[in-house]
Design a protein around this ligand. Structure first.
Ligand SMILES: [Zn+2]
Length: 196
């Protein structure tokens, strides 16, 4: 039971790791985390969760004089110690910078209709950097192929560079009441630091 997997979210509700139940309950007990209900996203501190656990008939840990349910998801309440001023080079932030707009045709698209395009193609030594990755819709990406914008006669609508500031544009979390684990894992995908 102590080895059950628990998804851990940071203070921004981004999935950062999977912990075992023992670790998750320790964090909860110490006040460093709250349990997140995967159904309605309400949160519970240790005492509330202990109270709720009285009725549990499955997936709980029996302590000396109480039992506690194993949470599915917890959210950290303290700083994670990994706060950085630097803007993370991530998919999410490239989408923010380019405002979900294809940097070739200038049209706005839905997330899943956009790809990350290397301005200087990888085959020509182009790297994954703020200056060389832009959003492109699939037709533009295909049309450009492994050519330079000049060769393809597809000028960029603006020069890509590292943003100095990323405005917060996350949807209000409490308004999203869908399958939570998957959503949290998706968030981790979007937020992961890109490597060259
Ligand atoms: Zn396009």
């Amino acid at each position: 039971m102590l080895n059950e997997s628990v998804l851990v979210l940071n203070r921004s509700w981004i999935a950062i790791q999977v912990a075992n139940a023992g670790r998750a309950i320790t964090l909860l007990y110490q006040g460093y985390a709250k349990v997140v209900s995967p159904h309605d996203f309400s949160t519970y501190d240790f005492d509330n969760w202990k109270e709720l656990s009285k009725t549990a008939d499955d997936y709980y840990i029996q302590a000396v004089n109480f039992k506690i349910m194993i949470p599915e998801v917890i959210v950290l309440t303290a700083f994670n110690g990994i706060y950085r001023r630097d803007i993370k080079f991530s998919r999410r932030n490239i989408f923010e910078r380019d405002k979900s707009t294809c940097q070739y045709c200038g049209e706005k698209f839905k997330k899943w209709e956009l790809t990350l395009d290397h301005v200087v193609p990888r085959s020509l030594g182009g790297r994954s950097t703020w200056e060389n990755l832009v959003l492109a819709c699939v037709p533009c990406n295909v049309k450009k192929g492994s050519r330079l914008p000049d060769e393809a006669e597809m000028p960029l609508i603006r020069k890509p560079r590292k943003p100095r500031w990323i405005p917060y544009s996350g949807e209000s979390f409490s308004s999203v009441r869908k399958q939570s684990w998957q959503r949290f894992v998706d968030a981790a995908y979007w937020d992961v630091e890109l490597k060259d």
